[in-house]
Design a protein around this ligand. Sequence first.
Ligand SMILES: C[S@@+](CC[C@H](N)C(=O)[O-])C[C@H]1O[C@@H](n2cnc3c(N)ncnc32)[C@H](O)[C@@H]1O
Length: 259
Amino acid sequence: MNTPSIERTPPGKVYLVGGGPGDPELLTLKAARLLAAADVVVYDNLVSAAVLAHARSDAERIYVGKKAGNHALPQLDINKLLVTLALQGKQVVRLKGGDPYIFGRGGEEAETLQRAGIAFEVVPGVTSAAGAAAYAGIPLTHREHAQSCFFVTGHLQDETCNLDWPTLARPGQTLVIYMGLTSLPDISRQLIAHGMSPATPAACVRRATLPDQQTLTGTIADLPQKVVSAGFKPPALLIIGDVVSLHERLDWFSGSVQA
Ligand SMILES: C[S@@+](CC[C@H](N)C(=O)[O-])C[C@H]1O[C@@H](n2cnc3c(N)ncnc32)[C@H](O)[C@@H]1O
């Protein structure tokens, strides 16, 4: 006697895709191809509309955007959503701003997929540090100014900014601080207290690579006040180090702001 076979939908696949810092032309060819083919796009608030426009017109678009302290969908629910969509047999693009593995929680999502036995791939994107540096004319390394570069977050889980200040305050390097706008007064105080010269050049680059990009420069001592005077709001990156002094000469995209 033949036992009736139970039809099962083969699971789909999840692509964790970096959408770059904003300018749609910075999207990789692979990201654009996967977006054009996906059944569902799960995206967050740093993904620009022009990047999302690469998705198939009939693709389902699910916004799970997060702003600091105001989660549209908690991370655990996002993780579950990706698994559920894949189990429904869908080809899913999880589209993130910048690069998925740089302050993007892509690692947590990949771990969830791996544990659930869901096939996944990761597509790197241009991280906002690289985008901001290029478009603001601030090379992150330069033989005469910086031999190393740190990417750090200014927003920690418990709302404090508890970084390795003695290491970060050393000369001859560049610091790029993601999500550091709110903590900038604290960051400035700590770096100076741990030996950084108050005259160290510092910049804040807002909406990097987008047509309304704004760049504000100063020193690590006066940048906090300038940022307040200019009314800067996220998304913005802080770049600290001697390389910032090159901005004036290498700025080709413009958007410099006086404060
Ligand atoms: C949650 S992190 C995501 C980073 C992203 N995965 C990346 O690789 O750029 C969000 C922070 O990235 C920075 N950021 C992202 N896009 C930006 C942009 N276009 N201009 C300036 N900063 C940006 C800001 O510091 C923002 O608060």
